[in-house]
Write a protein that binds this ligand. Structure first.
Ligand code: UDP
Ligand code: MN
Length: 350
């Protein structure tokens, strides 16, 4: 009788342990399942995908099996400097492999916004500018041109390449060419803040009195991209035409300065170009309130900004030459060049 009771006690104990074990397992499986459902929650998946997308946009990936010339540490351009003292590349022909860069950017599905202003008689430059751009400028990539003009009826019909789009935006006319040139900063400041900013990854702001002669591609892309002015690239800094009068906001003291940059071409990400254009617009209006105007207008302020906010990439004068300049041996390819123009004839007030 006593043995029977002990036996039943043990059976009950065993059943208890078994019951506890089954419950414990079940709980664990439940929480495991919960974890699984949590990671497949659509909002989380979306976030992960978005951050992967962002990551993809930051890094450049090359493909296994894609062959290109071996990069050398010993052989390269020696007639020009291709890096700044703050280690930003200066892009010259022969410093990059366009087939390699293209193969990496082609995967990224990028859009390049490009602004151009044509007010007054400057609409005459549009045909050559756009037609030549369509032959050389980001061919094979999505490009959105934003054309600001006071004469939309004078915009020529240009056949645009695949995935190249043109938006015409009407702006009020202005009398002084200096105001037109400086006024670009305020319009660009607004454009880079608008919802259009989400439609593109990079932006370039270009003068319209220019023509493309050679390829301008993804080697030019970067966070903040400045172009060396074709006049002064061999000059000592004290001969640059920086603003030298302390009464202007664009003042740069003697002894300071890196390079002389052109205002006819600059670019980068929307955030960086927004900061730059906002700065120039602000400084221009402080000057105006004191009846001051910087010697080279927007270009003087741009140079001051870029002196203290170092560009992450510089484009050599290949990227903005002048038709009237003599060729030099350093410039092996002319990509974009200012056309010859009669300032007195094209400018409203000259
Ligand atoms: N611009 C314009 N109409 C004018 C004057 C200037 O549309 O009457 C625009 C145009 O985009 C031009 C830019 O402002 O390329 C800069 O002016 P400009 O080319 O005359 O300056 P420069 O390159 O001669 O210093
Ligand atoms: Mn110009």
């Amino acid at each position: 009788m006593k043995l029977d009771r002990i036996f039943i006690f043990f059976i009950l104990l065993l059943l208890g342990i078994l019951f506890y074990w089954v419950c414990y397992l079940g709980y664990n499986q439940e929480s495991y399942r919960k974890q699984q459902t949590q990671t497949t929650d659509p909002s989380i998946v979306k976030n992960i995908l978005m951050s992967e997308e962002k990551h993809k946009n930051l890094g450049l990936q090359s493909s296994p099996g894609f062959l290109y010339s071996q990069p050398s540490l010993l052989v390269g351009r020696t007639d020009v400097v291709s890096v700044t003292p703050w280690l930003a590349p200066i892009v010259w022909e022969g410093t990059f492999d366009s087939s390699l860069i293209d193969s990496m950017y082609k995967k990224k599905n990028i859009t390049i916004a490009t602004t151009v202003f044509a007010l007054g008689k400057y609409t005459r430059f549009l045909k050559e500018f756009l037609e030549s751009a369509e032959q050389h400028y980001f061919v094979g990539y999505r490009v959105r041109y934003y054309l600001f003009t006071d004469r939309p009826e004078e915009v020529p019909e240009i056949k645009l390449g695949e995935e190249h789009y043109l938006t015409i935006l009407k702006v009020p006319s202005m009398d002084r060419w200096q105001d037109i040139s400086m006024g670009r900063m305020e319009i660009l400041e607004k454009l880079t803040k608008s919802e259009l900013a989400s439609e593109a990854d990079y932006i370039f702001c270009l003068d319209v009195d220019a023509k493309f002669y050679g390829p301008w591609g993804v080697e030019t892309l970067g966070r903040l991209v400045a172009v060396i002015h074709p006049w002064f690239y061999g000059y000592p800094r004290d001969q640059f035409t920086y603003e030298r009068r302390p009464e202007s906001q664009a003042f740069i003291p003697a002894g300071e300065g890196d390079y002389y940059y052109t205002a006819a071409a600059f670019g980068g990400t929307f955030k960086e170009v927004h900061e730059l254009t906002k700065y120039c617009r602000e400084q221009q209006s402080i000057d105006a309130s004191k009846a001051t105007e910087a010697i080279w207008h927007d270009e003087s302020h741009l140079n001051k900004y870029l002196l203290y906010n170092k560009p992450s990439k510089l484009l050599s004068p290949e990227y903005l030459w002048r038709d009237i300049s003599m060729r030099t041996s350093q410039v092996k390819v002319i990509r974009l060049s200012h056309v010859a123009k009669n300032n007195e004839e094209v400018r409203q007030n000259a």
